[in-house]
Write a protein that binds this ligand. Structure first.
Ligand code: NAP
Ligand code: ZN
Length: 346
């Protein structure tokens, strides 16, 4: 057993505290990773606060993990000591079902094993990346390209793949108009990635406060959704809308911005249901879809795409003692654009 230092939370309204957790001894295909950086995803907050349902506390969140391989099991072939690697939102799946065989392990028919608040194949609770070490089977580890610094790589493991995957699936590219709703952690990467794919990108944000950044990230236009005129002006404009908002919004107003056969993909995951008026979907054969992270192969593809296009998230590195404060700031939409924990401060 390996003892790792961690930051854990004991209940929905409890602060983070220092903790020690156990990591299993290496099985034949396991990789031991010394975690260097862990991003703070809004999903960590939804989970830590118990918004999505039962949580197995104490909880160590963190599914945007970047680090270095420090040991490998006897049959590991993909990685060696010293490799720069990442782990995202899942650490295992059945590998046999139809979806796993397609490389869509996130949709494993037998249930993938989430990086935290899950149960692994040994029956042990999984604990995430706000910790110094993690043991993961090599098939759920990805390689971080040399030109992406480890701190900036971390958010790509969730925010990056969660936006890349639907942009890829719904073919954002030249000639396509894409809108990104909410410019936080996911949203700012969606702008960068969609722009690099060749689409024309528009940001729809609560205010114009971050307009300059949005244009710098590659958006052509930036509108505030607090002005009703925005919805009149942009009616019927977009082929694809990626909604990254973590809270309930009037989704019907956004459907009206889709063109004929346009699709709105919800990646934002508020606990409360969104209310759909079908009459905002029917008229232009519009689609409303969801999308969850991405498979392992696609995650590697996304990292290589970001390396090739020099895409990195804009991050604010914090110490382990600042997690509670960072959560408050994310909830206040006061994040530019991802908090990343420097694990050496554990
Ligand atoms: P984030 O950094 O907090 O960004 C969310 C953005 O939404 C905010 O920056 C803000 O952008 C906007 N927003 C927040 N509250 C709003 C409100 N009440 N009304 C309108 N806009 C609001 O969060 P994130 O880490 O990007 O995650 C976003 C959501 O995606 C979360 O619900 C998270 O759980 C979910 N998620 C889903 C997946 C998946 O696989 N589907 C993966 C990761 C995360 P502006 O300031 O620009 O308006
Ligand atoms: Zn996440």
């Amino acid at each position: 057993m390996i003892t790792a230092k961690a930051r854990a939370v004991d209940g929905p309204d409890k602060p983070f505290r220092a903790a020690e957790i156990k990591r299993r001894d290496l099985d034949s295909h396991d990789v031991l990773i010394e975690i260097k950086y862990a991003g703070i995803c809004h999903s960590d907050i939804h989970t830590a606060h118990g918004e999505w349902g039962e949580v197995n506390y104490p909880l160590v969140p963190g599914h945007e993990i970047a680090g270095i391989v420090t040991d490998v099991g006897p049959h590991v072939t993909k990685y060696k000591v010293g490799d720069r690697v990442g782990v995202g939102c899942m650490v295992d799946s059945c590998s046999e079902c139809e979806n796993c065989r397609k490389g869509e392990e996130q949709y494993c028919l037998n249930g993938m094993v989430p990086t935290y608040d899950g149960v692994d194949k040994y029956g042990e609770p999984t604990q995430g990346g706000y910790s110094t070490h993690i043991v993961v089977t090599e098939d759920f580890v990805v390689r971080i390209p040399d030109n992406i610094p480890l701190d900036a790589a971390a958010p790509l493991l969730c925010a990056g793949i969660t936006t890349y995957s639907p942009l890829n699936h719904w073919v954002a590219g030249p000639g396509k108009k894409v809108a990104v709703v909410g410019m936080g952690g996911l949203g700012h990467l969606a702008v960068k990635i969609a722009h690099a794919m060749g689409a024309e990108v528009t940001v729809l944000s609560q205010s114009l406060r971050k307009k300059e950044d949005g244009l710098e990230f590659g958006a052509k236009d930036y509108y505030t959704t607090s002005d009703p005129e925005t919805f009149n002006k942009l009616a019927g404009t977009f082929d694809l809308i990626i909604n990254t908002v973590s809270a309930q919004i009037d989704i019907n107003a956004y459907f009206s911005l889709l063109t004929l056969d346009g699709t709105l993909v919800n990646v934002g995951a508020p606990a409360e249901p969104l209310s759909v008026n079908v009459f905002s979907l029917i008229p232009h054969r519009r689609s409303f879809a969801g999308s969850m992270i991405g498979g392992i192969r696609e995650t590697q593809e996304m990292l290589d795409f970001c390396a090739k296009h020099n895409i990195v998230p804009k991050i604010e590195v914090i110490s382990a003692d600042q997690i509670d404060e960072a959560y408050e700031r994310v909830l206040a939409s006061d994040v530019k654009y991802r908090f990343v924990i420097d694990i050496s401060t554990m």
